[in-house]
Design a protein around this ligand. Structure first.
Ligand code: CAA
Ligand code: FAD
Length: 380
């Protein structure tokens, strides 16, 4: 067993850390306040190779492993979870899904633009009446020979307004239940494809979340991903990897808040001494550090499983469940360590606390992770 990162991993981590500090930190409070998408920053992340890290080099990807990806996700999320969710969706849901299951033509046409950040992707599974219960899709795709006609509504779509390429899950045959679901590649601007208003959110406010409506959208047959009926498995397999990315995001949010709380405890004085010298504060930091380290091990193990051909459904779900709870606990305590300053925007921790909550909701709520975990451990 080797817990040491390779030189390449260290370099990737440092590059992500530098980017987060130099490019994301300066405008992060303002973007959160204005709900402003980090457009320029995402463009630069694309140029640096962070938008298609694990995708095949022949389609412009970095050909990197999942460990590299989670290291980058942790560092970016320490500073700006709104930017990191854009990175996460593009990398682990859209690029990975297309790279793994797309046809040669689909990869040439779409993946090459997504890996460079030239275009942004979105993953569209959730619906107003089908969130956790993802097989209850109402969106339909009717087979018309050389094309499908799509009708329905998706909601909560990350990158909903900023994306150009959308992977949309829809029913082609309701009788067949989840085996009658397919995944399609849609492009912004297709006739009948409408983007709803931006959601006003508590956290990750820089990322744009929209509902999407499809009114008789004609999608060429060659835009279906995989064999007929593969769509639900496509979504589940893709999400299994995506959850590792969100676990890394949660880890980064927690680690970012902890680092700020630790630094603050060394400079803030109360009762004639730095607050770190009060055991109540030192113990909070000890608990934070311990739980973050445990979460990091779980995230790394899930990434290692994926990189080494092991099943990562269970380790990814456990990592997300645990790391997202750590993100909540640690950010609440980081605000406490900052006292009144923790409650105002300029100290960053209140934003991280608001951002932490979403990691327990998207890509499968904590309750859904427990379903995945319990089914897995009870299966043998
Ligand atoms: N890999 C491959 N196949 C899988 C699978 C996996 N990890 N998990 C399930 N399946 C297959 C099953 O084998 C089954 O197929 P067969 O019958 O052919 O064997 C089929 O999928 C249905 O499985 P279940 O019977 O387990 O389905 P279920 O209705 O009980 O639901 C669930 C399972 C895990 C709860 C699933 O519905 C789920 O994951 N729900 C949460 C949805 C979710 O995570 N949404 C996230 C949206 S994207 C997002 O949120 C992005 C973002 O924020 C940034
Ligand atoms: P519901 O499914 O209605 O759940 C409500 C509550 O009931 C939850 O606590 C849930 O855990 C619980 N619950 C439900 N079923 C069970 C059960 N069987 N056992 C125990 N408890 C249960 N979706 C996408 O497809 N693409 C995206 O890009 C995307 N981005 C998102 C971004 C944001 C900011 C948000 C808020 C959501 C996003 N989502 C996205 C949707 C997200 O994945 C769903 O919100 C999530 O899966 C939960 O679905 P729901 O909101 O319908 O809640």
């Amino acid at each position: 067993m080797d817990f040491k990162l390779t030189e390449e991993h260290e370099m990737i981590r440092q590059a992500a850390r530098d980017f987060a500090n130099n490019e994301l930190k300066p405008g992060v409070i303002e973007r959160d306040e204005k709900q402003e998408f980090p457009k320029e920053q995402i463009k630069k992340l694309g140029e640096l190779g962070f938008m298609g890290m694990m995708a095949s080099p022949e389609y412009g990807g970095g050909g990197m492993d999942t460990v590299s990806y989670v290291l980058a996700m942790e560092e970016l999320s320490k500073i700006d979870a709104s930017a990191s969710v854009v990175v996460s969706v593009n990398n682990s849901l859209v690029c990975w899904g297309l790279d793994t299951y797309g046809t040669e033509e689909q990869k040439k046409k779409y993946l090459t633009q997504l890996t460079t950040g030239e275009k942004i992707g979105a993953f569209c599974l959730s619906e107003p009446e089908a969130g956790s219960d993802a097989t209850s899709q109402k969106t339909t795709a009717i087979d018309k020979g050389d094309h499908y006609v799509i009708n329905g509504t998706k909601n909560w779509i990350t990158n909903g307004g900023s994306a150009d390429i959308y992977l949309v899950i829809a029913h082609t045959d309701k009788e067949k239940k989840h085996r009658g679901i397919n995944a399609f590649i849609l492009e912004k601007g297709m006739e009948g494809f409408e983007i709803g208003p931006k959601e006003q959110k508590m956290g990750i406010r820089g990322s744009d979340t929209h509902s999407l409506t499809f009114n008789d959208v004609k999608v060429p047959k060659e835009n279906r991903i995989g064999e007929d009926g593969f769509g639900f498995k496509f979504a589940m397999k893709t999400l299994a990897g995506g959850r590792i990315g969100i676990a890394a995001q949660a880890l980064g949010i927690a680690a970012g808040a902890y680092e700020m709380a630790k630094a603050y405890s060394k400079i803030r004085k109360a009762f004639g001494t730095e607050i770190m010298n009060h055991q109540a504060i030192a113990f909070k930091l000890a608990d934070m550090h311990t739980s973050i380290e445990a979460a990091r091990h779980m995230v790394m193990k899930a990434a290692w499983d994926k990189d080494n051909g092991e099943n990562y459904d269970l380790s990814g779900a456990m990592a997300k469940l645990y790391a997202s709870q750590v993100a909540m606990d640690v950010t609440v305590e980081a605000v406490q360590v900052h006292g009144g300053n923790g409650y105002v925007k300029e100290y960053h921790v209140e934003r991280l606390m608001r951002d932490a909550k979403i990691t327990q909701i998207y890509e499968g709520t904590s309750e859904i992770q427990k379903i995945v975990i319990s089914r897995s451990i009870l299966a043998d």
